[in-house]
Design a binder for this molecule. Structure first.
Ligand code: NAG
Length: 217
């Protein structure tokens, strides 16, 4: 009995280790500020000489500024990730501001490398994500100022401004470089295109419908 208990514990500990290691690992040094001139091929970005690192490497200004939502979707993401803040390299975290015009959407997308936690600073947002196959359960809620919601890593999610005025949200993501796969762009806007007949069969519609959607992306 005790032996079984130990074995189960060991399995639990080992699986915990593996799950943890599947994400951005704990840094092995204080920081590794991204060196834009670095040529070493590493998973992430090469480190600058720590002696040449300064406050600017850990700094970004601009999340107080509203993004321009005059576009097809009526939303704008202002990122603050390793591309803007080299000091985020290897640290497994980043931020973004999202602005929404009334009825604007942040269309369905996924972050291949990050869980996202979002808080509403202003307005009302309908948010949702869909679980993986075979359930494809749609989990959705309307958020108001001060509310917080989580989109688990990899799952397709979206937001829509359902208020009368503009909406603003701040999102934190568990990667220095979360990545974005916009579903419509990936499926209908790839370069070169996925064959129209493949998409017609996949989406169970006429090829002309697929061609029409492809022409928009
Ligand atoms: C916002 O974007 C639109 C469309 O690209 C552009 O016409 C407009 O000048 C921009 N507004 C500002 C304030 O930058």
């Amino acid at each position: 009995m005790a032996k079984h208990f130990l074995l189960l514990n060991l399995i639990a500990v080992l699986s915990f280790c593996c799950v943890v290691l599947a994400f951005e690992p704990s840094p092995l040094q204080d920081f590794c500020v991204a060196d834009p001139a670095g040529t070493a091929k590493v998973n992430g970005l090469a480190c600058k000489d720590p002696k040449s690192v300064g406050a600017e490497d850990f700094f970004f200004s601009g999340l107080h500024l509203a993004g321009n939502t005059s576009n097809t979707f009526g939303s704008k993401v202002t990122p603050a990730n390793v591309a803007q803040i080299p000091g985020l390299n290897t640290l497994g975290i980043s931020l973004a501001r999202v602005d929404y015009a009334p009825w604007g959407i942040n269309p369905p997308h996924t972050h291949p490398r990050a869980t996202e936690i979002v808080t509403v600073l202003e307005g009302f947002l309908q948010v949702g994500f869909v679980t993986s196959n075979p359930e494809n359960r749609h989990i959705t809620k309307v958020l108001k100022k001060g509310d917080v919601f989580v989109f688990p890593i990899g799952l397709v999610h979206y937001q829509r401004n359902v208020g009368k005025g503009n909406a603003v949200a701040i999102a934190a993501l568990s990667s220095q470089n979360p990545g974005v796969i916009s579903i419509a762009n990936a499926v209908f806007g790839s370069e070169p295109a996925i064959a129209t007949d493949i998409l017609a069969k996949a989406f169970q519609v006429d090829a002309t419908v697929v061609a029409q959607i492809q022409s928009k992306f």
